[in-house]
Write a protein that binds this ligand. Structure first.
Ligand SMILES: *Cc1c(COP(=O)(O)O)cnc(C)c1O
Length: 232
């Protein structure tokens, strides 16, 4: 299957999942997880209609950006982010999905203020409570939002999660529902720089289940680009 065919299938699946949930497919943003795909393949996806790319490593993002990989599309950062790399991303990506600590919020704010901009971010939530995963614990989300309210240069736009690896898509539904509940519970807060617009959840194996649970951003790599070759 070509990238264009894969993309069309994923878009059709998202539309079907949205319609079955009584939602407008247009409210769901498909982020193509482009890691380990070179600039030419990313451009192929954009030519086929991909509107937004998500990278998860800063070095790879910068190299591919230099090669024009993302021309014609929006760019998000979706991976674990170290504080010392923040300066390369701020202002270059329109949304950072993976903010998992107060220190990271503050560094993003500091770099944004230097550039006179406001960086949109999502808070990552460790819905599965896995020690191997980053993200705020569900019980920490309200406190993290309160902290974020006092950080200039950032605007929180919602929540993101990467649930535990599951064998069947339905197994992730409890984690998706938990993120949705946190999204609702914390949506009422009236802080100037917090607007709960986005729930980023769902990947190749479970994006339809995520859409059924309310996701309005899904991050899909393999189902568009095929298996990544980690041995190359
Ligand atoms: C790679 C990646 C994805 C997409 O994973 P697939 O299973 O290939 O769809 C989604 N989110 C993040 C944070 C990723 O790093």
């Amino acid at each position: 299957m070509s990238i264009a065919e894969n993309l069309a299938r994923v878009q059709a699946n998202i539309a079907r999942a949205a319609e079955s949930a009584g939602r407008d497919p247009k409210e769901i943003l498909l982020v193509g997880a482009t890691k380990m795909n070179d600039a030419a393949r990313v451009q192929e996806a954009i030519a086929a209609g991909l509107r937004c790319c998500g990278e998860n490593r800063v070095q790879e993002l910068l190299e591919k950006n230099g090669a024009g990989a993302y021309a014609g599309a929006d760019l998000h950062f979706i991976g674990t982010l170290q504080k010392n790399k923040v300066k390369y991303l701020v202002g270059l990506v329109s949304l950072i999905h993976s903010v998992d600590s107060e220190a990271l919020m503050r560094e993003i704010g500091r770099q944004s203020e230097k550039r006179g901009i406001v960086q949109d971010i999502l808070l990552e939530v460790n819905t599965g409570g896995e020690t191997s995963k980053s993200g705020f614990a569900p019980a920490e989300v309200a406190g993290a939002l309160e902290k974020a309210a006092s950080v200039a240069g950032i605007r929180v736009r919602g929540l993101m999660t990467i649930p535990p690896i599951c064998r069947a898509p339905e197994e992730n539904i409890p984690y998706f529902r938990l993120l949705r509940q946190l999204f609702i519970d914390n949506g009422e807060k009236k802080y100037d720089n917090i607007r709960m617009d986005f729930m980023s959840m769902g990947m190749s194996g479970d994006y339809e289940a995520a859409v059924a649970c309310g996701a309005n951003i899904v991050r899909v790599g393999t189902a568009i680009f095929g298996q990544r070759n980690y041995s190359a």
